[in-house]
Write a new protein. Structure first.
Length: 122
């Protein structure tokens, strides 16, 4: 019975230590949770940044005079779309305004908005 008593005593000690450890973890959790609640959390969202801050000296590209290679370097315009622009310009004449690029297959309002400030039709 002495051995059985020692085993029960060890189990009770281990159970008590486990309870203390869990209580310690719970206290840490509540302390960290309270610290997060006290300090406001800053979340950055997309902000409108003026074009001059990330493209200070970029000259707009004239879509009526640019080659397919020059057009292909514009963001969102690859080699194929640049060829379509040149083909459209050859077939229908020069663009009267940059917005006329939406007549080219593959260029919509979104892509035109991405090109704003980077192109011109002179």
């Amino acid at each position: 019975m002495d051995e059985r008593g020692n085993a029960v005593k060890c189990e009770k000690i281990l159970l008590g230590l486990t309870a203390l450890f869990l209580a310690f973890l719970l206290a840490l959790f509540f302390r960290d949770r309270a610290a997060l609640g006290a300090a406001p959390v800053a979340v950055e969202t997309e902000a409108a940044v003026p074009q001059e801050s990330f493209m200070p000296d970029v000259q707009p590209l004239d879509v009526n005079a640019a080659s397919a290679e020059e057009l292909a370097e514009l963001p969102g315009i690859g080699r194929v779309l640049a060829e379509r622009i040149v083909d459209y310009r050859t077939e229908h004449g020069p663009f009267e305004a940059a917005e006329d690029l939406t007549e080219v297959s593959g260029i919509g309002e979104r892509k035109l908005a991405e090109l704003e400030g980077r192109i011109t039709a002179e």
